[in-house]
Write a protein that binds this ligand. Structure first.
Ligand SMILES: Cc1cc2nc3c(=O)[nH]c(=O)nc-3n(C[C@H](O)[C@H](O)[C@H](O)COP(=O)(O)OP(=O)(O)OC[C@H]3O[C@@H](n4cnc5c(N)ncnc54)[C@H](O)[C@@H]3O)c2cc1C
Length: 402
């Protein structure tokens, strides 16, 4: 039996390793001169490949009921076991799994060693142009040669970071078979129209962010915010960006409220009263700089129309309320994202409704399988997207056996 796997990314390579079929002749067709290009970029080169905190809330899909059938506890355990079998010792930080070497290349090398040992044909510089049906088989046309195969597995990635090879052509290969939810950038920085905030470009601060869509609360995230000359970045922003992308696509108003003082757990007014009593000679800006970045202080005072040389105890009640509001609920309108060039994944893709959740085989065309980021499933930051890539590969591997 001949099997073609289109794409030598994480999902494609893992599928090839997991197929246990003696008579299978497996071809991985990869357009780049090297496989696993994107893997090397993951986790800032350290590869965050799994997370022990698994919940459906960490993932998005238009069909969460089907997603739930894929992401069962039993299946997720298989991902951890796969890396264990591969000989990867994890370094686990707050539930995030990295290879103990702290190097993504450890995982690349381990995967490729398996490919070699299993005599899988890894053909690079091979760009798949089309999949044509021939009775019960498929003709895979490439820029090199044609392959006639019995099964085809499509793992071309989505259209995030297109310079790594995933430029969206996989959707074109599959559009004749499958419904595709429009892919939109996810885990991506967002653009605001707040010129005053943009002037703080380079500032990093610990915040909590609340996403509001058409004034309705959607989601809250905490962590380090990176303010840029176009808007907001950092992991907590990324984790809101999938919802933002979808909302903007539907023409909805998207706003993020920044709480610059999430560490003040009590009511803020008595906190400031007592802090200013302790330091009565400090001007308001110097007082706030006790716990905030000086540029953030200037922004918030300007926003609240408060002179930086005034004293907290001299402020009117209205000024105090304005200040407290700015500290806790600084509102930023989001008008776009930085797009696919900057997005670590996409939201949307091949509809799960047309895919068997146990085998990842197409329900539209027998012997055609879809894996990885191409599918309408995406995760937040923390190893969840590589989990999707690995798990879908493992399930296809299990489905194709003696
Ligand atoms: C900067 C960055 C950091 C990230 N960090 C993390 C992280 O720490 N943890 C995490 O879980 N996720 C992370 N991700 C996401 C994760 O890397 C992806 O979700 C995952 O690699 C998807 O695997 P895939 O196999 O579906 O696609 P890809 O890894 O994109 O592989 C697809 C492959 O198919 C090839 N291809 C495409 N079209 C064709 C064609 N027509 N013919 C032949 N070959 C083709 C491409 O060249 C590519 O090699 C990160 C992503 C980026 C961009």
């Amino acid at each position: 039996m001949k099997i073609a796997i289109i794409g030598g990314g994480v999902s494609g390579i893992i599928t090839s390793i997991c197929i246990e079929k003696k008579d299978a002749e497996i071809y991985i067709l990869e357009r780049n001169k090297e496989p696993l290009k994107k893997l090397l970029l993951t986790g800032n080169g350290r590869c965050n490949y799994y997370n022990e905190n698994q919940s459906l809330d960490c993932y998005h899909s238009h069909d969460k009921d089907i997603l739930e059938q894929i992401l069962t506890k039993e299946n997720l355990d298989k991902v951890e076991m796969f890396y264990d079998r591969l000989g990867i010792i994890p370094k686990i930080k707050k539930g995030y799994y990295y290879p103990n070497s702290n190097q993504a290349i450890t995982i690349k090398n381990a995967l490729l060693e398996e490919v070699k040992q299993k005599n899988i044909h890894l053909l690079t510089n091979t760009y798949v142009e089309s999949i044509v049906e021939k009775q019960n088989q498929f003709i895979i046309k490439t820029n090199q040669e044609e392959f006639i195969v019995d099964k085809v597995i499509v793992g071309t990635g989505s259209m995030s970071y297109p310079k790594t090879g995933s430029d969206g052509n996989g959707y074109q290969l599959l559009e004749k078979y499958h419904k595709i939810y429009k892919p939109l950038p996810a885990l991506v920085p967002v653009i605001s129209n707040d010129k005053k905030l943009q002037k703080l470009s380079g500032v990093r601060c610990e915040v909590s962010l609340e996403l509001f869509e058409e004034d309705n609360f959607i989601k809250k995230e905490e962590g380090e915010l990176q303010i840029t000359d176009y808007g907001l970045s950092g992991i907590c922003t990324f984790n809101l960006s999938s919802d933002i992308s979808r909302g903007l696509e539907e023409g909805k108003k998207e706003e993020i409220k920044i709480n610059f003082v999430p560490f003040i757990k009590t009511l803020i007014s008595p906190y400031l009263d007592s802090f200013s009593k302790k330091h009565p000679k400090k001007t308001i800006s110097s007082l706030l700089e006790g716990f905030l970045h000086d540029k953030v202080v200037s922004l918030l005072l300007e926003k609240s129309n408060i002179n930086k040389d005034s004293y907290y105890q001299d402020l009117s009640n209205e000024e105090k309320m304005n200040l407290i509001h700015s500290l806790r609920h600084y509102k930023v309108e989001i008008i776009g994202t930085k797009g696919f060039d900057y997005s670590q994944t996409v939201t949307g893709g091949i509809s799960l409704k047309e895919i068997n959740p146990h085998t990842l085989e197409s329900l539209k065309r027998k012997n055609l399988y879809v894996i990885g980021e191409l599918l309408d499933m995406d995760g937040v930051c923390g190893g969840y997207n590589l989990t999707i890539a690995a798990l879908t590969g493992i399930l296809v591997g299990e489905a194709i056996h003696d």
